[in-house]
Design a protein around this ligand. Structure first.
Ligand code: ADP
Ligand code: MG
Length: 237
């Protein structure tokens, strides 16, 4: 089993009045949202409703035209400030894995530590810990092309958690996998999130996935959070 310390719990996320338009097309129309520290929020909604745009704003990959985002006590985005992704203490997992093909599994995961300035001597043990957590410690030397889709997504998961982020962001991470793999990886991600206690926002259009993983389910429509449903109590998810 891994020696990776459980995180001290994630940081709370607060979103206020977030607005963004592409040309004349308003995609975020005053989003207000709170994600309590250490909880998992699933963001559900039809294709094109703005889920990825909201997630990119949380990540710092997109600067919204107005509104404010706080991570714990720190404002990461408002009219004057826009912290870049590497200053937000977060990890991200995308639908398409986004692994470097020329790097080994261990190098892909280690790159996340290099980007955050973790000393070289400390990296191998942390990479091994993260790979053990996703069950891939025996595949550290392989290239992504030598792994299945499910294994590649677990590399992406290891890369997202290796720097012990306070916030994890997922954008439809299981959409490229077949049904059986989706279900098993969904269970694994749920167990990992419980173990790490990280705050997470998980974008999906799959109701079952949302219910399996999340404490709270937010449904997006017309550029806003249309409603919030409690999926399970804090201690059980
Ligand atoms: N970079 C962009 N330039 C122009 N339009 C965009 C851009 N990104 C997203 N959009 C548009 O914004 C809307 C919301 O997109 P997105 O947030 O990706 O939706 P979702 O993730 O819910 O499917 C869509 O109509 C999409 O075409
Ligand atoms: Mg999307």
């Amino acid at each position: 089993m891994s020696a990776l310390e459980p995180s001290t719990g994630g940081t709370a996320i607060a979103v206020r009045g977030l607005r963004h338009a592409f040309n004349d097309h308003t995609v975020l129309d005053g989003v207000d949202l709170d994600v309590p520290a250490g909880t998992v929020l699933a963001l559900l909604g039809p294709s094109g409703c703005g889920k990825s745009t909201l997630l990119k704003a949380l990540a710092g990959l997109l600067r919204p035209q107005s509104g404010r985002i706080d991570f714990g006590g720190a404002t990461v985005c408002d009219d004057r400030r826009h912290a870049p992704p590497e200053r937000r203490g977060l990890g991200m997992v995308f639908q398409d894995y986004a692994l470097w093909p020329h790097m080994s599994v261990a190098q892909n995961v280690g790159f996340a530590l290099e980007m955050r300035g973790v000393p070289r001597r400390d990296r191998p043990a942390r990479v091994q810990e993260a790979l053990a957590l996703v069950g891939l410690h025996e595949h550290a030397a392989r290239r992504p092309s030598e792994l299945s889709g499910g294994q590649q997504q677990r590399v992406a998961l290891a890369r997202a958690i290796v720097a012990r982020p306070q916030v994890l962001l997922f954008d439809e991470p299981l959409s490229n996998l077949d049904r059986a793999l989706r279900e098993s990886l969904c269970v694994e991600i749920g167990a990992l999130l419980r173990r790490l206690g990280t705050t997470a926002v998980y974008v999906t259009h799959d109701h079952e996935e949302a219910h399996a993983l999340a404490h709270t389910i937010a449904r997006m429509a017309h550029g806003r959070i249309a409603d919030l449903v409690m999926s399970k109590p804090r201690d059980s998810a």
